[in-house]
Design a protein. Structure first.
Length: 81
């Protein structure tokens, strides 16, 4: 089952029409984990300057008895949550 979300927001670094960030998630490995791709367009002076991209995987860790997640993005950042 795949879910898509496209949202609009306004603020610093975003276009005047407040566009766009996108999230697409799907359940993987027999539905135990979520795998999500995130994108956000960034603007300067009304012009799109880049699209930030990230990939996250999250789910319940039975051994640790807590949710765990890992993420990686187009700024070369890796994080464990």
């Amino acid at each position: 089952m795949e879910k898509n979300y496209t949202g609009r927001q306004s603020g610093a670094g975003l276009s005047g029409d407040g566009c766009c960030h996108r999230v697409t998630c799907e359940r993987v490995i027999d539905g135990l984990w979520f795998s999500c791709t995130l994108e956000q367009d960034l603007f300067a002076g009304g012009e799109k300057v880049l699209t930030w991209k990230s990939h996250r995987v999250a789910g319940w860790d039975v051994a640790a008895q807590e949710y765990r997640a890992a993420g990686f993005d187009s700024n070369s950042v890796a994080a464990v949550f």
